[in-house]
Design a protein around this ligand. Structure first.
Ligand SMILES: [Cu+2]
Length: 357
């Protein structure tokens, strides 16, 4: 018994020592505050890590708010930092991500955050539950390189309701030496955009008009009722129909390599760049896998993010859509990229203009 107890005591001391050493490891590292920005922009970051592992500090403030998700349709959404999707976080493999999650007292509900990039503790969900008025700070080690979803997961029916109401975002964990192409050669992007696709469930009244509510709690029963039909009323990019089209189009230049990171926390989707391709597609989201090449359309399973790189070849309007075209056009899952540069006649030209025949 004594021997066993002393063995257990030694084990406990060892475990404590390991835990303290790990803590000291993270504590001793350089720290960097990352200023998060609204999508489709990414925060300022290096593609190749400049230092050994660091602690990346980020702040996520939960905001329950009413948002116009389509002309005249005001839905109650739940957000990280006020946007649907929440902001992209960028780190490098081996970095620690230290997240401060704030739930202002003006909110009505309990929230948390589950990072698919994290290991253990329900992705951090167990450690980050915050009631209105509370703040929590949790640190996890980014051990896997790739693009990953994060989302609120406060338990039971709250999970799908919060996620389907916008409470999700993504983190990109780059390999320390940056991205590699299909031959293992370094590849760098000139720009990166984050597109978060969101299915929303707004109930209509008897006359077919979308209902609106005085506050989030008042919308809960109806939204859940619509949610359980599995029929979204809206499927949008970046929080609203038209959020990335027309005057809100993304911009690029011919010859630029653009990385598109696409997340869908809840539902499958299939991005397609009209008039372009996925030159390199990290299909499962992992940057340690060899990317697929020259894809016409790629798959994003619900609960995942996928990265695709394209070097623009032609100027003009490009559309980036969910290629279920009903979801793109009728529901809103479409974006534009306005590209500047010289037209290449060799790639495409008019041989005979349209005329009566
Ligand atoms: Cu939540």
């Amino acid at each position: 018994m004594t021997a066993q107890r002393s063995f257990k005591a030694r084990l406990a001391a060892l475990a404590l020592g390991v835990a303290l050493a790990a803590q000291a490891g993270a504590e001793a590292l350089p720290r960097e505050k990352q200023v998060l920005v609204p999508p489709p922009a990414l925060p300022e970051h290096l593609q190749v890590a400049a230092t050994e592992a660091k602690v990346v500090e980020v702040e996520l403030v939960i905001e329950e708010k009413q948002q116009e998700i389509a002309p005249g349709v005001n839905a109650w959404v739940m957000t990280f930092n006020g946007t649907v999707p929440g902001p992209m976080i960028v780190a490098h493999e081996g970095d620690y991500v230290e997240v401060t999650l704030k739930n202002p007292s003006t909110n009505q509900f309990v929230h948390n955050v589950d990072f698919h990039a994290a290991t253990g503790g329900m992705g951090g969900g167990e450690l980050t539950m915050v009631s209105p008025g509370q703040s929590v700070t949790m640190r996890f080690k980014a051990t896997k390189a790739g693009v990953f979803v994060y989302h609120c997961a406060p338990g039971g029916s709250m999970i799908p309701w919060h996620v389907a109401s916008g409470m999700n975002g993504a983190i990109m964990v780059l390999p320390r030496d940056g991205l590699k192409d299909e031959n293992g050669e370094p590849v760098r992007y000139d720009r990166a955009f984050y597109i978060g696709e969101q299915d929303l469930y707004v109930l209509s009244d008897a006359s077919g008009r979308y209902k609106s509510y005085p506050n989030l709690a008042a919308s809960m029963a109806d939204t859940m009722q619509q949610m359980r039909t599995l029929k979204p009323s809206h499927i949008v990019f970046n929080g609203a129909k038209g959020a990335l089209t027309g005057p809100n189009a993304m911009e690029a230049r011919v010859g630029e390599k653009v990385l598109f990171i696409h997340s869908q926390a809840n539902r499958d989707t299939r991005p397609h760049l009209i008039g372009g391709h996925g030159d390199l597609v990290w299909a499962g989201g992992s940057f340690n896998d060899q990317p697929m090449t020259d894809q016409e359309t790629w798959f994003v399973p619900g609960g995942a993010a996928v990265a695709a790189l394209y070097e623009f070849q032609q100027p003009g309007l490009h559309a980036y859509v969910n290629h279920n075209l009903i979801e793109a056009i009728e529901f809103g899952a479409a974006a534009h990229i306005q590209v500047e540069g010289e037209w290449n006649d060799d790639l495409m030209t008019v041989v005979e203009p349209a005329a009566a025949y």
